[in-house]
Design a protein around this ligand. Sequence first.
Ligand code: ZN
Length: 130
Amino acid sequence: MAATINVRTRSRIEMVDITSQVQKEVKDSGISDGICIAYVPHTTAGITINEGADPAVCRDITDKLNSLVPAGAGYRHMEGNADSHIKATLVGSSVMIIVEGGRLLLGTWQKVFFCEFDGPRSRRVYVKVK
Ligand code: ZN
């Protein structure tokens, strides 16, 4: 069974660092060498890996996504959150990370970010380690 990470978001668009929670699931799996997949089962949220040292990077990413895909720009989707769906597709719904020595094999500056595009909401991330 996949593990579940619960994420409570606070804003309409937001990137939440979930690296420590994903790492905990790797530890709990007991697998020291393998693959970790983190998957977001939502249509208006995504997941990505990027720099976690300077919070300005996440601000730049979300600001640019907002300018590329503005809300309310004449979309057909009746629910009114077409921009959220488009942003989710641009970012993607899963990441795959190599596990070595029981640790996520991330680069020095890399963190795993849950990407909210239609918050605030309660969200889930599924994690599978094999
Ligand atoms: Zn929708």
